[in-house]
Design a protein around this ligand. Structure first.
Ligand SMILES: Nc1ncnc2c1ncn2[C@@H]1O[C@H](COP(=O)(O)OP(=O)(O)O)[C@@H](O)[C@H]1O
Ligand code: SF4
Ligand SMILES: [Mg+2]
Length: 432
């Protein structure tokens, strides 16, 4: 499919569409060798600050999306499911931003599309501004479309090439009957100015703009209805590195000015660190670690997070908090149709032991704002020999249920953080 094919519907990005630059682990292998090109905090921008006590505008609990896999032939039976998202829970504070990172195929875009309700979830709840929207009908979703908007990764395919920029940005105002016709053009011009484009260019077409400018048009379109939450799905990864920082700064300005909350999906850990005070790491449909920025980047406890951070190329290491020794992961990511038993990361994990194949590790809170799903959670070089979870789960060290034990945790599905947590070193509960 060509991005310039006028027959193609461009306003809706098809599900599962292959996006450029997406399959590179944290941009590692293809990153340019130019020290100036990484996203560094730029002059007046302090990295986005978060208010940990802000009320959650979005609370997602145990969200699942299973896509059916059909047999070939005339009678197409369902023969399995792609477990694209399998029980994720998190919160996004009002006016704040949560980063969602992980390799290609781990379920980031599907999570974003569930929240914008481009998909109906298989299970779970999506509480937005006090209302569960997970099962809302298409009709009921219309007002919601004003409040939650999405910025897509690819500015070449997400704008309809046959429509002028003015009609792309102005369309939502017309559809939602927000402004009388004659006020639409001035509003479009205002939006063009807000995103740093010439307001006189409203009658031009997308092909007349560069990639960075097109992404600005996509951002203006997302802003038209003054949303409370923006789902930004890899908003800069299709752009030249020299343009990425400008677009990130624009998003930050918009957040400051309009108090918009972000679910910020990306595989580039440097961009996420800069933008998001809190970050969740996904692997094969599940969150394996979630923490505030300082903790996640300086003291990751999950072997996958540790490997992901170590895979960031040298040129970007400064932007993620310092140089790290490379940890090479063996093998490929398993199929989400038939994920490994127990811990999904076990087929690639250098620390895996018997319990990992038998018991799924709970997403255990181990700090004030830190959760991790690993039986052997610990900082790099300090992973314990025995599973830290065995006593909590009522199993022995190999994962066999212990009949006399009384388990005290379930697989952690509560969004957000509690006031007490499990102290890994002392193996007791702790609080601030
Ligand atoms: N519409 C769909 N139908 C079937 N499988 C899908 C669909 N969309 C995504 N998937 C699969 O779900 C998994 C997660 O995909 P995705 O959410 O796009 O991951 P990411 O954005 O992290 O790269 C992948 O295995 C992908 O192939
Ligand atoms: S639970 Fe086991 S396999 Fe999973 S990340 Fe931890 S050590 Fe590795
Ligand atoms: Mg994606």
């Amino acid at each position: 499919m060509s991005s310039h094919d006028p027959k193609t519907s461009h306003e809706q990005v098809p599900a599962g569409m292959a996006m450029p630059n997406e399959d590179v682990l944290s941009g590692a292998e293809n990153a340019p060798d130019d020290a100036a090109s990484y996203i560094a905090p730029v002059s007046r921008h302090a990295a986005t600050m978060g208010d940990p006590n802000a009320k959650a505008i979005l609370e997602v609990k145990d969200l699942k999306m299973y896509f059916p896999v059909k047999s070939s032939g005339i009678i197409r039976r369902t023969i399995g499911h792609v477990q694209a998202v399998d029980g994720v829970s998190f919160q996004v504070p009002a006016g704040g931003s949560l980063g969602l990172v992980g390799e290609s195929g781990c379920g980031k875009s599907t999570t974003g599309r569930l929240i914008t309700r481009l998909y109906e979830p298989t299970a779970g709840t999506i509480n937005f501004d006090g209302q569960d929207i997970s099962k809302t009908s298409a009709r009921g979703l219309k007002p919601l479309r004003r409040e939650i908007q999405m910025i897509f990764q690819d500015p070449y395919t997400s704008l309809n090439p046959r429509h002028s920029v003015g009609s792309i940005i102005g369309a939502p105002l017309e559809i939602h009957n927000i402004l009388p016709k004659k006020q639409i053009l001035p509003r479009v011009q205002e939006l063009l100015e807000i995103v740093g484009l010439n307001p006189e260019h409203y009658n031009r077409y997308p092909h007349e703009f560069s990639g960075g400018q097109r992404q600005r048009i996509g951002i203006a379109r997302a802003l038209t209805l003054q949303p409370k939450l923006l789902v930004a799905d890899e908003p800069v990864s299709a752009l030249d590195v020299s343009i990425q920082a400008q677009v990130i700064n624009l998003l930050q300005d918009l957040q400051d000015e309009f108090g918009i909350a972000f679910l910020f999906v990306a595989h580039d850990l440097a961009v996420v660190r800069h933008f998001c005070p809190e970050v969740a790491v996904m692997y094969l449909g599940k969150i394996v670690e979630i923490a505030d920025r300082e903790t996640l980047y300086n003291r990751p406890n999950h072997p996958y997070t540790q490997a992901l951070l170590s895979a960031v190329p040298d040129v970007k290491q400064a932007a993620i908090g310092g140089r790290r020794e490379r940890i090479r992961l063996e093998g490929d990511v398993p199929s989400p149709i038939n994920p490994p038993s127990g811990c999904r990361f076990r087929t690639r994990c250098p620390l895996a032991q018997e319990i990992c194949a038998r018991v799924e590790p709970p997403l255990l809170q181990i700090g004030k704002r830190h959760k991790v799903a690993c039986h052997f959670a610990g900082e790099l070089g300090k992973h314990p020999d025995k599973p830290v979870t065995a006593g909590l789960l009522g199993v022995d060290d190999s994962g066999t249920p212990d009949p006399g034990a009384s388990p005290s945790v379930d697989v952690g599905n509560e969004p957000g953080f509690a006031d007490t947590w499990f102290d890994l070193e002392r193996r007791t509960m702790a609080s601030a």
